[in-house]
Design a protein around this ligand. Structure first.
Ligand SMILES: Nc1nc2c(c(=O)[nH]1)N[C@H]1C(S)=C(S)[C@@H](COP(=O)(O)OP(=O)(O)OC[C@H]3O[C@@H](n4cnc5c(=O)[nH]c(N)nc54)[C@H](O)[C@@H]3O)O[C@H]1N2
Ligand SMILES: Nc1nc2c(c(=O)[nH]1)N[C@H]1C(S)=C(S)[C@@H](COP(=O)(O)OP(=O)(O)OC[C@H]3O[C@@H](n4cnc5c(=O)[nH]c(N)nc54)[C@H](O)[C@@H]3O)O[C@H]1N2
Ligand code: SF4
Ligand SMILES: [Mo]
Length: 688
């Protein structure tokens, strides 16, 4: 039996595991003891990561839709057809009629080639991926505050934090190995403060659990700072030496105003003022403190302000640039950090070099052997905008790799209408609801069938390794992209091995300069290197902004005033719906739904309703209910539970059979363009 060391395909923690291969079959997984983060542990998804790989549902042949039916085609036929169609669209309507969704499920190398394809072949910056639905507000907010938009500190540092503030992260379910570290830190004496509307598992272990109404984060964060200033607990030295003072004063003026006293925010947040005071003082007096957040903070029309408020709090406490402190957004997909780093975003090339910067365009055009005049010089459309533009007939050709917007995007009744319009190409490992709408489907190889690199939430770039040959006639993602490019007349997306692609990334991406193929599993760095790592003499960076020297120079506070969510409960739709995940399932379930051990744990969608509300609307546990919003309706099982507070209901959005995204609203944060997936208004009715 062969054991192949690789990186877990699910979440951004970056645990390492061995795939066990018997002949040409993957038969199991064991953890890797020496990996510095996972240290011989895996969560249930990691342990079962082998189960979907060789599932009989895997796509094995290119498919072309004729008269509404998919027919198998040869690679040549499918590739020629796609290239011809894309070329026709570009020639007739221009580059703006084309768009690309790249994939955080794919490697850095594949994402780099995909954004290069979009910019060099389609000549459009309308290339984006699920980070837009996820941490776009983190990237925007932290870049504005600190000059760099990533998790500032590393995972193991949490073990030595004196306080950990967790908000909008259900860590033990969504990043279980990190959740375990937080519980260890608690055992070692760290104070644990959880601010989450739901009584998540960590809340049971917390010193204080504050339950805000979803969509009120700027209010309680400002109140936290209000109390800290009132008590004189801010770090005056750090502020004086490391922050832009004018911006700091402006921010201080806002948070210290009466409006943000705990007594005045209580009505809207529903957090008792006294509890908020206790929590703020506890957090401010135990340092270093680490702030950990995820989707509860980012997925709002005010997501960027939420993130900036987290940054404000950590800056005034001097929790930045220190070991065991920092602002720590937990990145979701196993390679969403990497997909952003290598430029699968509508506004930046790899390494966050702006597409609107003429020098950056010059540099890329030269490296890619194209004429700079052919390059798009404007920021492109983002995920939700691309889909809406398709609906309006502006995007006429769309190429989707490894994303499933027919389940994951907000307001999917509308998404469906939009995706039915363009010439649609989907490249996936399974037939998804999105692929079903496609004109051509390309079968891709899975993580177990390829070499490459992923970048974990702590900015560490590490390897994945090929364990088996691609299933059926599926092909490597970068090979497929390269073939379409060649057929459209460009040879610059053709590579013979991922290392060639990483070589190119190293050359054009300063933060990845020294993260080379050979170094990242060398004796010195057996499990990767964390960026920034500008050259091959550099050892990588454990935590950012050391000693308060921010990437942007001085840290910048931002005054954030509370804005109400786009839609709130009213008489007609009286409940506040928030959506999220469960430990056993991954997003749209294309993988975990085909993993028998995982799927049997939670087989269908449900809605958490507080017992008080359940009584009011006369709904019992396990009864089926119709949940509707202004955009759609679904039928789900009622789970009567005080995990949610009265007035708030929660639906896991994993299930295509009853997709929560039929209910959600596509209102966007104006800066980050992230949709508000954590608040909308619904009503609940019994079904007979
Ligand atoms: N098992 C599993 N793990 C995953 C994933 C998965 O699908 N399944 N997905 C991965 C991905 S891509 C991501 S982005 C991460 C997401 O990881 P998380 O962000 O931890 O996951 P969510 O379930 O979306 O919800 C986050 C938390 O926000 C809380 N919340 C709801 N509304 C609000 C609010 O208004 N404010 C605040 N502060 N909190 C609120 C919820 O109660 C919940 O505890 O997980 C990753 N890990
Ligand atoms: N209501 C609501 N909606 C949400 C969220 C929420 O909290 N609430 N969260 C949002 C967030 S944070 C995220 S990240 C998005 C995720 O949204 P998506 O990225 O659309 O969801 P996934 O199911 O992860 O889709 C990944 C696809 O990639 C395919 N795949 C896996 N490996 C490979 C590969 O190697 N190659 C190729 N070509 N394909 C592959 C899988 O089969 C799957 O179909 O959803 C967002 N949607
Ligand atoms: S915590 Fe994340 S990376 Fe680790 S085994 Fe679980 S899903 Fe995989
Ligand atoms: Mo995500």
């Amino acid at each position: 039996m062969k054991k192949v060391l690789t990186t877990c395909v699910y979440c951004g923690t970056g645990c390492n595991l061995y795939l066990h291969v018997d002949g040409d079959k993957i038969v199991g997984v064991t953890p890797c003891e020496s990996h510095p983060v996972s240290q011989g542990k895996l969560c249930i998804k990691g342990w079962k990561a082998h189960e979907f790989i060789q599932h009989p549902d895997r796509l094995t042949k290119p498919l072309i839709k004729k008269d509404g039916k998919f027919l198998e085609a040869s690679w040549d036929e499918a590739l020629d057809y796609v290239a011809k169609k894309f070329k026709e669209i570009k020639d007739t309507y221009g580059p703006k009629a084309l768009g690309v969704l790249s994939s955080a499920k794919c490697t850095n190398e594949e994402n780099y080639v995909m954004q290069k394809f979009s910019r060099a072949v389609f000549n459009t910056n309308s290339v984006d991926h699920c980070a837009r639905l996820c941490h776009a507000s983190t990237v925007a907010g932290l870049a504005a505050s600190f000059g760099s938009g990533a998790m500032t500190n590393s995972i193991n540092e949490m073990l030595d934090s004196k306080a950990i503030l967790i908000t909008g992260s259900n860590t033990t379910e969504q990043h279980p190995i990190i959740g375990g570290k937080i519980l260890r830190a608690k055992e070692k004496g760290a104070k644990l403060i959880v601010v989450d509307p739901r009584e998540i598992q960590l809340a049971k272990f917390a010193d204080v659990h504050l339950r805000q109404l979803s969509g009120t984060d700027v209010l309680w964060l400002n109140s936290f700072m209000h109390v800290i200033f009132e008590e004189g607990l801010e770090d005056k030295e750090f502020i004086k030496n490391h922050l832009e003072l004018e911006a700091f004063e402006e921010m201080k003026k806002v948070v210290t105003s009466d409006k943000y006293s705990p007594e005045n925010t209580e009505k809207l947040t529903s957090i008792p003022a006294e509890d908020l005071r206790t929590a703020a003082i506890l957090y401010a007096t135990n340092k270093p403190g680490s702030l950990v957040y995820s989707m509860g903070i980012t997925q709002h029309i005010q997501g960027t302000d939420n993130v900036k408020s987290c940054a404000n709090l950590q800056m005034i406490l001097g929790n930045m640039g220190v070991y065991s402190g920092g602002v720590n957004p937990l990145r979701g997909q196993q390679n969403v950090q990497g997909a952003c780093d290598v430029g699968a975003l509508s506004n930046v090339f790899s390494g966050y070099q702006r597409v609107t910067d003429p020098a950056a365009r010059e540099k890329m055009a030269k490296a890619w052997g194209i004429n700079v005049k052919d390059m798009d010089d404007q920021v492109g459309l983002t995920v939700v905008e691309i889909i809406h533009a398709a609906g309006e007939g502006k995007i006429k050709g769309l190429y989707i790799m490894g994303e499933n917007p027919m389940v994951s995007d907000p307001d999917i009744n509308h998404v469906k209408k939009c995706l039915e319009k363009p010439f649609l190409v989907v490249q996936d490992i399974f037939m998804t609801p999105t692929a079903e709408l496609a004109d051509v489907v390309f079968p891709a190889a899975s993580f177990a069938e390829k070499d490459g690199t992923y970048t974990s939430t702590q900015r560490t770039v590490s390897k994945i390794r090929k364990a088996i040959e691609p299933v059926g006639d599926s092909k490597l993602d970068y090979w497929i992209i390269g073939q379409i490019a060649e057929r459209m007349g460009y040879k610059g997306c053709t590579y013979s091995h991922p290392r060639e692609i990483l070589d190119e990334i190293n050359k054009v991406t300063p933060i990845y300069g020294g993260i080379t193929w050979d170094r990242i599993d060398s004796k010195e760095f057996p499990f990767g290197i964390a960026w920034p790592c500008p050259d091959i003499s550099h050892k990588g960076t454990l935590f950012l902004h050391k000693d308060g020297n921010f990437t942007r120079g001085k840290g910048k506070c931002h005054p954030c005033k509370y804005i109400r969510p786009a839609e709130e409960p009213d008489e007609e739709y009286p409940f506040r719906l928030t959506t999220g995940r469960v430990v056993f399932h991954w997003h749209t379930r294309s993988m975990t739904g085909r993993s028998p051990t995982l799927d049997r744990e939670v087989r269908s969608a449900y809605i958490e309703i507080n017992p008080v509300d359940a009584k009011k609307i006369e709904v019992r546990k396990n009864q089926m209910v119709k949940v509707s919003s202004r955009r759609g309706e679904i039928v789900v099982r009622a789970e009567v539970s005080d995990i949610v507070p009265p007035g708030v209901v929660f639906i896991p959005w994993h299930f295509k059979e009853a997709p929560a995204n039929k209910l959600t609203i596509a209102a966007l944060d104006p800066v980050a363009k992230i949709p508000d997936l954590k608040v909308c208004a619904v009503k609940i009715e019994k079904v007979k």
